[in-house]
Design a protein around this ligand. Structure first.
Ligand SMILES: Cc1cc2nc3c(=O)[nH]c(=O)nc-3n(C[C@H](O)[C@H](O)[C@H](O)COP(=O)(O)O)c2cc1C
Length: 433
């Protein structure tokens, strides 16, 4: 059996603006109902979690302008207030929200996520990211963002600080004894007095420990520094690598790192990013896939604008029909993501060729009817030995139905995904198998 998650690529954003199957998008802007309905559908389908991406910028690196970002409605609302609304509409599915360690003071994060853990009944998770755009750092008062590997050192210390705060209330500190009138035993509540290189926090938390005490920790960085952070702290790791061999290498590498951190390989679930293309028949799905590839090649400007955001470099200076340049050493953004495109461009391919072939980072291409795609996923997972897949399709009601009502039942028929939830809390379900 494997786990299923859905990665919402622009968090509490706007999906499918101008698209053929998102005609109600103007009614959905900044509303929770689409996401609440999605959570219900995914829970019905047996998903472990939804993960809300986040970033604090209106992307404007490309051309120094938000023109391209607004063409695709790339706005993002704060995901945190959406979390309890999603939880309210469901009973079992986990809800992971992204927090940039660089911008959240540890006390604010520890208190916020404890509160969300209560409001979700023990179903919240944090996607730990370091964030990359300089503009995001400037929104929080820094002159520019911190260098890539130093960000991860900070994130590791941030996790230690936040964990220290979560531990300020010992097990059993909360008494809630109306007979004796003891709400909490003060002798079991301590200061954290955490003092690191980057963060300092006193504690104790002034919140009652959440049902999970420590929310599920998710990590997304693929560079060696990112993988180390994951091995030290994560319960689930989301990976964007291409091909079953790379998937296997990733899982094996994470297992080795977990063991080095005194943990067991099964303590963290590695989930691989996929974008299944589904049709009523294999031929229909293939035709749809071919159209998507052509549309990507035609929208090379959108591809370059997107990559400007992830790399931090204004790529409007390049001609899309010139070879993809060597950007090694110039990326302070998502290094492993850029390396992947760099590899795809080997042999002098142009931007347009890379856009056509590799505009979407997905671990394995999945194209076909729901039954065919379920078989493809089965085979890939058997070979790679990971723990599950993270769907990154556009969030439209049509694509939610394709996955939840088409693909998931086929996976269940093969005995590959859960048919119910054994536990109330997110981590317990995640670690069940
Ligand atoms: C599935 C997935 C989700 C991610 N979500 C976010 C996010 O919400 N916010 C963010 O700033 N970065 C996000 N990232 C980027 C990672 O934090 C990281 O920067 C990227 O994977 C490159 O890894 P590296 O920086 O370790 O090279 C995500 C990456 C992946 C693969």
């Amino acid at each position: 059996m494997f786990h299923m998650g859905w990665f919402l690529t622009t968090g509490f954003g706007v999906y499918g603006w101008g698209g053929q199957w998102s005609g109600n998008v103007s009614r959905d802007v900044a509303r929770p109902e689409l996401f609440m309905g999605m959570a219900q559908a995914l829970e019905h389908a047996g998903f472990d979690y939804m993960m809300l991406e986040d970033s604090s910028v209106l992307p404007d690196i490309y051309e120094g302008s938000p023109r391209m970002a607004l063409k695709t409605a790339t706005v993002r609302h704060d995901p945190m207030p959406l979390v309890p609304l999603i939880a309210r509409a469901t009973k079992h599915i986990g809800v992971i929200a992204t927090a940039a360690t660089t911008f959240y003071p540890p006390f604010l994060a520890a208190r916020l996520f404890t509160t969300l853990d209560h409001l979700t009944g023990g179903r919240v998770g944090i996607n730990l990211v370091t964030a990359s755009p300089h503009a995001a750092a400037q929104n929080y008062g820094l002159d520019q963002h911190v260098e890539h590997d130093l960000r991860y050192e900070m994130a590791d210390e941030w996790m230690q600080a936040v964990s220290a705060l979560w531990e300020t209330w010992e097990e059993g500190a909360l008494q809630l004894d109306e007979q004796t009138g003891v709400f909490a035993d003060h002798s079991k509540i301590h200061r954290a007095d955490f003092q690191g290189r980057f963060y300092k926090t006193r504690g104790p938390l002034n919140t009652v420990p959440g049902p999970q005490r420590r929310p599920v920790i998710c990590q997304a960085g693929g560079s060696p520094a990112g993988r180390e952070l994951a091995a030290a702290h994560a319960d689930t790791i989301v990976a964007a690598v291409v091909g079953v061999e790379a998937m296997k290498e990733y899982r094996d590498d994470i297992s080795r790192r977990l063991i080095a951190h005194g943990r067991k390989p099964q303590d963290a679930k590695v989930m691989f990013l996929v974008n299944p293309v589904l049709g009523d028949t294999d031929a229909e799905a293939q035709a749809k896939y071919d159209r998507m590839v052509e549309a990507r090649a035609a929208n090379v400007e959108g591809f370059m604008a997107g990559l400007s955001y992830t790399s931090g470099i204004d790529l409007s200076q390049y001609d899309p029909d010139e070879p993809f340049p060597d950007l090694t050493g110039r990326v302070n953004g998502h290094q492993s993501t850029m390396q992947d495109y760099q590899d795809a461009a080997a042999g002098g391919k142009t931007w347009r060729q890379v856009a056509r072939e590799r505009a979407v980072v997905e671990s394995v291409p999945l194209v076909g009817s729901p039954a065919t795609v379920a078989a493809q996923m089965d085979e890939a997972m058997q070979h790679a030995g990971g723990d599950g897949f993270l769907i990154a399709n556009p969030v439209t009601r049509k694509s939610i139905a394709e996955i939840a009502d088409g693909l998931a039942p086929q996976l269940r028929r093969r005995g590959l995904i859960r048919s119910g939830y054994s536990y109330d809390r997110f981590r317990d379900n995640l670690l069940e198998f």
